[in-house]
Design a binder for this molecule. Structure first.
Ligand code: D5M
Ligand code: FE
Ligand code: ZN
Length: 582
């Protein structure tokens, strides 16, 4: 049998083995009926029913059922009433092999329906630790705008007569000249291959592994895991593997299960090791390089760790012209959308406000990294926070606001988790009907997307993976989102942790690998502003236009609204413009 088909079958076998092996233990202790009731009740409280086969899978789950339930609830689509086995299996497979033959082959084919599925919505209902301190920036020359006119909000009811319908078909560049136009280089729109089958997962993880391996191979002379044997005992060897699991033992050593397409190995980082502290940054599903001594028996004692990282360079990578404003998370339709601040911004950009520095006339691009509108049904009780209840009306209002931007500025719009596209990432561009509300020179791209602005490459990603990175990495907080973004660059991956708070569809290609370093990495989502420069890359999180919601108050989320990072594309200097006050 080829390695390829082994991978497919073994993934199924491992999951079945996991379930079957846990059965006797559960029944022995007589926990199942009671646990079953609790599970049904907990899900009912959240408004979900449970298929019997799904209940059986949860009852047999050997790990913490509480945690499993929480993962299921978090990832369940609110429009789904009954949770079936397929919605659960993807939460069970985190430790199952993704690339190698199983150590535990079973003779029979699986009897339980455990096909992995991609959850489509993650309601924002679970609290997470949010720091309340102010964000930092290495280049922050705030240039307050002092607009002092009274302004009336745009008419939300009647669409502007000057808003022509957009022609059908994908938009790949603006009608401007090649040099000044924003060009879409890559996104998922119209290219999704994923149907959620096992083979998709195998392709996805293999693609992730091989792309990042290629980057690591430039600096590490590694060998396949299967080549380790008795003959390599005591020798120093290097490997490149995907992290299947990372844990700390009772003795305080760190143990990593690493996998490559040829096998798995246990890498041990002893407490006394020089790289012990560094190893606290290892997260599941990332691809790293390790060098250490093999014991010839499936274990490697690690001496050094290597992340793919960016090439070492401090100078900006490219030179362009004009400047770009980076925005995100407008949340139009929310009661908390800051219309007054947006009006001040419009006046500034349109040259109707004081602008002694002349910065506004240099702006050629505005990039919006998702959450253009607040959406509908995104989290429980959201209707209380909405000023506009219909999602299409929210987009019409957003179009009114954006269509007021100076005509020579190219606007690029990517979706986020509040927008009307599939919730599983990567997300395609907004639907054509919605696009038709906007000026026809606007460029709609997917999430993530790579564009170039007068030759400067910008990697746009809404930034949901920041939630996972904040939870998992020491020293990373919502107050300084640029640090989480630097961790993405070090891993050459926008969402290294698979299947946690964000749902990533297993496309055949991993669209999150950062194969070529961009000049700018632009995220949003966390509603705080963060600016840094990392190895020649401008790392920017662009905050929000939504003031603190009641939900955010409860969660102690301190948004930084109406602050706009501006990048000079010729010098790559970054500043912040502040529109909070007139
Ligand atoms: O996300 C806005 C901010 O709120 C961002 O910092 C993430 C945070 N957020 C979103 N959902 C949750 C939940 N459920 N718990 C804690 N924090 C959350 P947005 O995408 O605009 O809703
Ligand atoms: Fe948002
Ligand atoms: Zn968001």
């Amino acid at each position: 049998m080829s390695n390829h088909s082994m991978i497919f079958i073994n993934q199924v076998y491992q999951l079945v083995a996991l379930i079957l092996l846990s059965m006797p233990q559960i029944s022995q202790h007589g926990r199942r009926p009671r646990a079953g009731q609790d599970i049904v009740q907990k899900l009912a409280e959240q408004g979900y029913q449970l298929e019997p086969a799904a209940l059986e899978i949860i009852c047999r789950y050997p790990g913490s059922k509480e945690e499993l339930l929480e993962r299921i609830i978090r990832s369940a689509d609110r429009s789904v009433a009954v949770i079936g086995p397929s919605m659960i299996s993807c939460h069970l497979e985190s430790n199952a092999s993704r690339m190698t033959p199983s150590a535990m082959p079973l003779a029979s084919s699986p009897s339980l329906p455990i096909r992995p599925s991609i959850p489509s919505t993650i309601p924002p209902s679970t609290p997470s630790p949010i720091s309340s301190s102010a964000p930092s920036a290495i280049q922050s020359s705030p240039l307050p705008s002092h607009a002092h006119r009274s302004f009336s909000p745009p008419d939300l009811q009647s669409p502007s007569p000057g808003t022509p319908a957009k022609p059908a078909g994908p938009v790949v560049s603006s009608p401007c000249s090649q040099d000044s136009s924003a060009v879409l280089k890559c996104d998922i729109t119209g290219r999704s291959t994923c149907v959620g089958e096992y083979n998709d997962f195998v392709h996805y993880f293999r693609d992730r592994y091989s792309k990042i391996r290629e980057i690591l191979s430039r600096r590490l002379n590694s060998r396949p895991i299967e080549s380790l044997s008795k003959s390599t005992t005591g020798r120093e060897v290097s490997l490149i593997g995907m992290v299947m699991d990372v844990r700390t033992t009772s003795k305080g050593n760190r143990v990593i299960e690493l996998e490559d397409p040829t096998g798995m190995i246990t890498a041990v980082i002893q407490k006394e090791s020089e790289v012990y502290e560094q190893s606290s940054l290892i997260i599941t599903d990332e691809v790293i390089g390790v060098t250490g001594t093999s014991d010839g028996n499936g274990r490697l004692f690690v001496k050094s760790l290597l992340w793919p990282d960016m090439p070492n360079q401090t100078a900006p990578l490219e030179n362009g012209s004009g400047s770009a404003l980076l925005l995100s998370d407008l949340h139009v339709g929310s009661r908390y959308f800051m219309a007054d601040a947006w009006q001040r911004f419009l006046q500034w950009i349109n040259g109707e406000a004081d602008d002694a520095s002349g910065l506004s006339s240099q702006v050629r691009y505005i990039v919006i990294a998702g959450d253009l509108v607040d959406g509908v049904g995104i989290y429980p009780g959201q209707d209380k926070d909405l000023e506009i209840m219909d999602i299409y009306d929210q987009y019409k209002a957003a179009a009114q606001w954006l269509n007021g931007i100076r005509k020579d500025i190219q606007v690029i719009i990517a979706p986020g988790n509040h927008d009307i596209v599939r919730q599983a990432e990567p997300q395609p561009a907004l639907p054509e009907e919605v696009q038709s509300y906007f000026r026809k020179d606007m460029l709609f791209v997917g999430n993530p997307a790579q564009v170039t602005l007068s030759g400067i490459s910008v990697l746009i990603y809404h930034g949901r993976s920041i939630d996972d990175l904040v939870l998992r990495l020491p020293g990373i907080s919502y107050a300084a989102p640029e640090k989480a973004m630097i961790e993405m660059l070090r891993r050459r991956h926008l969402a290294p942790i698979y299947g946690s708070r964000i749902a990533i569809a297993p496309e055949h290609e991993d669209h999150y690998v950062i194969s070529r370093p961009p000049a700018i990495l632009h995220c949003g989502h966390v509603h705080t502003v963060g600016i840094a420069r990392y190895k020649g890359v401008a790392v920017i999180n662009s905050g929000t236009w939504q003031s603190q919601t009641d939900f955010q108050k409860k969660m102690n989320i301190q948004p930084v609204p109406a602050v706009v990072p501006i990048v000079d594309l010729a010098t790559m200097k970054i500043r912040k413009l502040i529109f909070t006050q007139s």
